[in-house]
Ligand binder design. Structure first.
Ligand SMILES: *[C@@H]1O[C@H](CO)[C@@H](O)[C@H](O)[C@H]1NC(C)=O
Length: 461
């Protein structure tokens, strides 16, 4: 019903929308905007969640320098990436419309709006920061002088001076998704360049992969660590760990090549699916997918549900709370993706909620909350799972998502919550408001608004 509604809406409104601009989204699950591109650009399917306006004819890819010897097996740095990243990324709000001004403004807002005090630290530049060709002499990627007149290094210095960290974007193919130089075959040159600039975080995308570097069949023994896809990322891991400064490595592989089975041997986090969109259907689909792979999440090992859409589109405040809460309790990286100066105080309260962030950033317990099945006479769990439980240093937590269309009374027995110490009475504490709700025995019922998420700390009385 819902999906049909979206499709119908998209087709009815399609003709009234302006055509999508170069590099902009033009399709994908939940997308209701234009599905055509301006002249000279073609709407290209990248994955289920994301089609993008790409140039009709792209330039010849640069020739590849092959990496000699066997594929490297060195693992990622242990000096970064223990906890899921907290920060901001330019893509969702600005696409290719980035500059030093836009990025530095985001950094300043992270400080001014209290986000730095809440734990946000990364300011990440996404695609479109470079010139289209490498320096012919050094083979280095060159920052676009119109967007970054003083280079990336100078901007990184200014962001570091605020006490924040800096991320950049690259691609494990011949060109990035927007057509700028890719790093396949140039891993050492690019890792060296990035760390000389002071880069602390690399998002490494998966566009424009030469045919012989893709995987058409499962690798021998079904070991995806040995796949061509994994080897492309392993080459960058080796180049990064050879640098004098630790770089957090974010594998942007859209859930391909069973990445959750090898991601922690190669990087610190890995994308579980295609690009996010500011839609309830994206939020529920990624929660549903990730709920099946939470055993892979721990310190230095994070399933990435993609960047935040809070502040974008027309998600209800309940949907935005679920977006934030689920990314917290599943311990996904949280990278804000909006113009921070436009956030409402309600949105700011959501993304700086101290108790949810403390669960996300717990330095002693690395595993996320996982689905549990309330016992027979409780509310039954649905698809995606609605009931989750997990531990923090404070105790046991229960999170309940109401995926239904109306307010619902959602009930669980204390005896059905995994890890909850045996007892007859429990104090239930609301993490959103930071208040105890009282002492209860047997079971607990919460009234949860449509598409909202309740968040509790439960301790024996
Ligand atoms: C793909 O082809 C290039 C160019 O011939 C070569 O350098 C590279 O090693 C090949 N990759 C694989 C995985 O065979």
């Amino acid at each position: 019903m819902l999906a049909t509604g979206y499709l119908l809406l998209a087709s009815l409104l399609g003709s009234t929308y302006a055509q999508s601009s170069p590099w902009e989204q033009c399709g994908g699950v939940g997308w209701a905007g234009s599905t055509t591109c301006v002249a000279g650009w073609i709407c290209t399917y990248l994955n289920e969640y994301f089609s993008q306006c790409l140039q009709v004819s792209s330039t010849t890819p640069p020739s590849l320098t092959s990496i000699p010897g066997a594929a490297p097996t060195v693992g990622p740095s242990r000096d970064t990436g223990k906890l899921p990243a907290l920060g901001w990324n330019s893509w969702n709000a600005y696409k290719c419309g980035i500059s030093d001004t836009v990025v530095y403004a985001a950094a300043v807002n992270i400080v001014l709006l209290g986000l730095q005090d809440a734990g946000y630290e990364y300011v990440n530049i996404d695609d479109c920061w470079a010139e289209t060709t490498r320096d012919p002499t050094t083979q280095r990627i060159v920052p676009d002088p119109n967007k970054f007149p003083n280079g990336i290094s100078d901007l990184a210095d200014q962001i570091h001076a605020l006490g924040l960290k800096v991320g950049i974007y690259g691609d494990a193919g011949t060109a990035t998704c927007a057509g700028y130089p890719g790093s396949l075959g140039y891993e050492t040159i690019d890792a060296t360049t990035f760390t000389e600039w002071g880069i602390d975080y690399l998002k490494y995308d998966n566009c424009n992969v030469p045919k012989n570097w893709t995987d058409t069949n499962p690798p021998p023994g079904n070991d995806w660590y040995k796949s061509n896809s994994a080897i492309r990322y392993r080459q960058m891991t080796a180049a990064l760990v050879a640098q004098p400064h630790p770089v957090q490595f974010s594998i942007c592989i859209w859930g391909d090549a069973n990445v959750w089975t090898w991601g922690a041997r190669v990087g610190h986090s890995w994308r579980m699916a295609g690009d996010s969109s500011a839609s309830w259907s994206y939020i529920t689909s990624i929660i549903n997918k990730n709920s099946q792979y939470l055993d892979y999440v721990d310190f230095y090992s994070h399933n990435d549900m993609d960047m935040m859409e809070i502040g974008n589109g027309d998600l209800t405040i309940q949907e935005q709370r679920t977006h934030f809460a689920a990314w917290c309790f599943m311990k996904s990286p949280i990278l804000l993706g909006t113009d921070l100066s436009k956030l409402s105080s309600t949105q700011r309260d959501v993304i700086t909620n101290p108790e949810l962030l403390a669960f996300h950033q717990d330095a002693t317990i690395g595993v996320p909350a996982k689905p549990f099945q309330p016992t027979a006479d409780d509310t039954t769990t649905s698809n995606p799972p609605e009931f989750y439980a997990g531990a923090s240093t404070k105790g046991t937590h229960v999170f309940i998502i109401n995926t239904g269309g109306g307010t619902s009374t959602m009930t669980f027995a204390f005896s059905s919550v995994p890890g909850l110490p045996a007892g007859s009475n429990y104090v239930v504490h609301d993490m959103w408001v930071g208040k105890d709700l009282g002492t209860f025995s047997g079971k607990y019922s919460a009234s949860v608004a449509s598409h909202d998420t309740a968040a509790f700390l439960i301790t024996p009385a």
